[in-house]
Design a protein around this ligand. Structure first.
Ligand SMILES: [Zn+2]
Length: 272
């Protein structure tokens, strides 16, 4: 046990309900992303000069074969073979055991559910890159892409997947993309709507309780669903308390005086 774990444990103990907002910092703490960038992702990271595996998804790839070479390699390394190397997800699960908990996340790696969080209590608001959707806006359908992505990843040579394996929309035969919220069309499919409804129901049924809004490793890119959303909720809900844990510099919670705690720290400590 360390001080961050102690602090979070006592806040969780005092709360009646726990809403976690899990950002990219949780997976960055759980996995060695630098090893990914210098390892399996290095052909694309060095060519396009990125150091964040998820931002790499939006690199200006030459064509579909190179795009799917990267996406499938990333999905394989994170969604299918990625491990909670530093025990961060298992520590979080342990901390939340027995507590009425819901998690909203902007992470698309599926790590929460794969590491034991109940899928009925997780809202993947930015999608999940192991699913595919049509890039066009005619359909809100998504398909689970594990087989396709594994085949693509196995076919990669010199940074390019086998072009004959590149997935096409079964309806319009147009391009497909991973089911990840970006500037383009994002399919608000049945999975998305069901998870949103559960999240909304959790908020409504706990609105007067002592709810801990625990923001973990979330940045400004996803502020709409986590950071600003949590601060607004804290302001609106009379008995809510907001706690943010982030390794980066962080503005203070001045607007939430008496109802917030900002911890600057490395979530990797949770697994120690
Ligand atoms: Zn289509």
């Amino acid at each position: 046990m360390n001080s961050m774990t102690d602090t979070l444990r006592s806040m969780i103990d005092e709360a009646d309900a726990l809403l976690i907002g899990a950002g990219g910092g949780v997976t960055s703490a759980a996995m060695d992303e630098k090893a990914l960038i210098s390892g399996v992702l290095s052909p694309w990271a060095s060519k396009y000069g990125f150091s964040d595996p998820y931002r790499g998804m939006f690199a200006p790839f030459e064509d579909a074969a190179e795009f799917w070479g990267y996406i499938s390699t990333l999905a394989n390394a994170v969604c299918f073979e990625g491990r909670d190397e530093y025990g961060v997800y298992s520590a979080l699960r342990f901390l939340t055991e027995g507590k009425d908990t819901f998690v909203i996340t902007a992470n698309t790696d599926g790590m929460l559910v794969r590491n034991g969080f109940d899928p009925k209590c997780v809202f993947e608001s930015y999608g999940n890159m192991s699913y595919l959707q049509c890039a066009g806006s005619h359909s809100n359908e998504i398909t689970f892409g594990e087989d396709v992505l594994k085949c693509l990843a196995a076919s990669v040579r010199d940074g390019r997947a086998d072009a004959s394996l590149v997935p096409l929309c079964p309806e319009c035969k147009g391009a497909m993309v991973p089911w990840v919220r970006s500037s383009g069309f994002f399919a608000e499919c049945g999975k998305f709507c069901t998870e949103y409804e559960r999240y909304d129901a959790f908020l409504r049924s706990h609105s007067l309780k002592r709810m801990l809004l625990l923001e973990l490793g979330a940045g400004m890119e996803t502020a709409g669903v986590i950071k600003m959303n949590f601060r607004r909720l804290c302001d609106e809900l009379p008995n809510a308390f907001y706690c943010s844990v982030n390794i980066m510099g962080e503005e203070t919670g001045q607007d939430l005086q008496g109802k917030s705690l900002i911890i600057r720290g490395d979530l990797r400590e949770l697994g120690e």
